[in-house]
Ligand binder design. Sequence first.
Ligand code: FUB
Ligand code: ZN
Length: 668
Amino acid sequence: MKKTIFLLLLSSVAAFAQNADYPIQVVPFTKVKLNDNFWLPRIKTNHTVTIPASFQRCEETGRVKNFEMAAAKSGKFCTVFPFDDTDIYKTIEGASFSLSLYPDKALDDYIDSLIVKIKNAQEPDGYLYTARTINPSEPHLWAGKERWEKERELSHELYNSGHLYEAAAAHYQATGKRNLLDIALKNADLVCSVFGHDKKHVAPGHQVIEMGLVKLYRITNKKEYLETAKYFIEERGHFKGYDPNSKDPWKSGSYWQDHKPVVEQFEAVGHAVRAGYLYAAMADVAALTGDTQFITAIDSIWNNVVTKKIYVQGGVGAIGDGERFGDNYELPNRTAYNETCAAIANVYWNHRMFLLHGDSKYIDILEKSLYNGLISGVGMDGNSFFYTNAMEIKNGMPHRHMEASRSGWFPCSCCPTNVSRLIPSIPGYMYAQKDNNVFINLFANSTTTLALNKKSVEIVQRNNYPWEGKLVFEVTPKSPTDFNVLIRIPGWAENKAMPSSLYVFESASPNKVSISINKKPVTFKVENGYALLNKTWKKGDVIEVNLPMEVRRVVANPQVKDDIGKVALQRGPLVYCAEWVDNNGSASNFILPVGTVFSSEFRKDLLNGVTILKSEATAVVIDASGQSVSTVEKPITLIPYYAWAHRGKGEMTIWFPEKITNLDLISR
Ligand code: FUB
Ligand code: ZN
């Protein structure tokens, strides 16, 4: 008997090496105080506009009523999708993050009132899913007659649970209150009792529960949560009902990343949000269990994405039909889908890849996504959103699936509520720490205090990023002490448009990154993309980094058919676009030959303050009679891509032909 217990203990220790975790630790967002002009206004707008508007819409659309009806066990599910519960959970998560930054009694009380409704809707054994509980004899069509029956395909029961756990973890951490956490734990205990290697089998139809369970594990240390997260990941690829030869992602299972066991998956496929959440969870579970096979798989998948499946503005999930990754190099511009949630998932995943490997290339992708294809998803008013993020709009006509202007809300409103939780957490991506090494990943005016070499050290950032490349870091330890400051040198500052050959700068720049400490230039080693600065730091030490901020011409790997012969413009981390409103009504008739010289100018009055790019370009014009075509020299103005679609509907483009190779007179 004793021997059995000992063996059991030993096997659980072997399965999950005690205290194993990411080798690099996050400096939490609550420890970074922003005072910048780029992120702080967005975080404030998220607090004052996005979160209240999201809650209001959850009320107006009936999402809250669904919980009330589930509590009363009467009525009819009154919204569209069985995952509509998650909009409330995601907004609570965002609001909780926001409460950590802006204590707000009224918001806190309102969240508590929602939590009472959520608790009342929970069934006695922990099950929580309004689409069934309201009327179990007539559940939502996607839900199936029995609990979990359609989980693999459509029901989203475990997706709802996952977002509940994420919200509960955030709420508990922000407020110290257990009211939502206890609901989540009760649900998680039910889920863990139902599913597992020796229990009911399912690969969740929409991932997120895996990350959610990991968060509950971190709070409670209850190993069942981690085991079940791992189980859900390992369950993929074992369903017998797929046709491995089918090209249809639903028939082959690739839509759900369920076509092969995850450790045999080396290419990003299927629904891009599901995929991003899966890969992020694999990183979490690998970090906590030491599973090296998961790491091998996500390393390959990451390489596949950055060499073949990501747009130049950081968007992923090119194909509208299935909201999914396309084939290798399948990155069409007219129909680019680029769901905002997929960009968010990509940020989650890349951050975790950095925490695993400590390489700046992951933050390069995170930064690209964050500053371009992700924040394009939310208007500057904080109250209008893109679900899809276009690469080009021609004749003001979005292609099927595509949007040319932001909307307040969607029947499927995953993106707005996802934005509401991502934005306040942004300061948490700026710093990380490993022993006596502090990683500085993102740049924004801010202050943080952390312990290095057992001493308290304050780091103040002063810069005007992303508009200017001069970055100042004031390093103030309580008393002189040794540690390493690792400052990320963005790939784009070192002649690398991407950590791959998918996009490259058309020509190399001779300008180099320079660093000085206390005004004395220093030579520095770059390790894994970080300038490594070591000394005995003392009060008053100032590091100055200068990143070259030229306008760079980006060209794509010729295997990306849509971008052949075209150029995109980038300055610093920002990818630019031409929008009709700055260019006499059109943006699709410009040619930007090699050698076109751009000037940049900061415009305080425009789009909350942006640096624009200006040049003389060649434009193709059609005469008034519509009978002849000629070219004229015409000024062109470009704005940061994230800022498009704030001034009415019209043309927009990121890629420009370098010369005329063809005139398409027939298609619209
Ligand atoms: O299925 C839930 C969410 O709805 C997905 O993440 C989005 O892509 C949208 O389909
Ligand atoms: Zn979405």
